[in-house]
Design a protein around this ligand. Structure first.
Ligand code: ZN
Ligand code: FE
Length: 239
């Protein structure tokens, strides 16, 4: 199984999980259809499933066109059945979604939106965290409470250390600036910033990160109390 990063819109990442033996794929959070179709056509891959972490436009914008073109099925959280376009399969917290060679555990992680989920492809040791956990940051709290967001991050934190984190946006550099302001002596963070800068200089994504790197460097994951977390979230909103 291969995971392909597809840059979309201004700073979004969509992803393809590709079963290379059968030339079929799942698309995670297709912001727009065009760049995804371009990749699939070049590689002669058939799109079978569309997986949405949440209902925001920059994560579902390609649903309709991709579904029509490939006759793909759209998978999303049951609580968001009225706001994820073209949804076919409703999934719930802790459920294992399995189709053909694709297998992911659904983890409900509300806060950014109330229906936000994470797709944890445990065989591939990869978690698609949408706009909940970013590399060195976390999503804005639009619909949930601080406590919900904090608990959602705790759930992601509990995944195995080597789990690769594939998030919804390339926000890493801006997030790094915030982290280093409040965590000046963190050597792991300083090293990670060097690596991030090198990747960005070469026009490469800073994604994936890993749970281990985020535990070492991401100030939001490092806060163990909801009070500290909430304070940081407020500071970041005005950063
Ligand atoms: Zn969002
Ligand atoms: Fe987003």
């Amino acid at each position: 199984m291969k995971i392909q990063i597809i840059p979309c819109l201004h700073d979004n990442y969509s992803y393809l999980v590709i079963d290379e033996k059968n030339n079929i794929a799942c698309a995670i959070d297709p912001s727009e259809a065009k760049p995804i179709i371009k990749y699939l056509e070049k590689k002669n891959i058939n799109l079978k499933y569309i997986l949405n972490t949440h209902h925001h436009y920059d994560h579902v914008g390609g649903n309709q066109e991709l579904k029509k073109k490939y006759n793909a099925r759209v998978i999303g959280y049951k609580g968001d059945k009225h706001r994820i376009p073209e949804i076919d399969t409703l999934v719930d917290d802790q459920e294992i979604w399995k189709q053909e060679s694709f297998e992911a555990k659904i983890i409900h992680i509300p806060g950014h939106t109330l229906g936000h989920i994470c797709f944890y492809f445990f065989n591939e040791e990869a978690a698609f965290t949408g706009d909940t956990l970013f590399s060195l940051g976390c999503g804005k709290i639009f619909e949930g409470s601080y406590e919900q967001m904090f608990n959602s991050l705790m759930k992601i934190k509990a995944l195995p250390l080597k789990t690769k984190i594939y998030c919804g946006h390339e926000y890493t550099k801006q997030n790094a600036k915030f982290c280093i302001t409040h965590d000046k002596n963190n050597e792991n963070l300083k090293n990670k910033i060097k690596i991030i800068d090198k990747k960005l200089e070469n026009n490469l994504p800073t994604i994936p990160s890993t749970i281990r790197e985020e535990l070492d460097c991401n100030i939001f994951l490092r806060s163990n109390k909801v009070e500290t977390f909430s304070k940081l979230r407020d500071l970041k909103d005005n950063f």
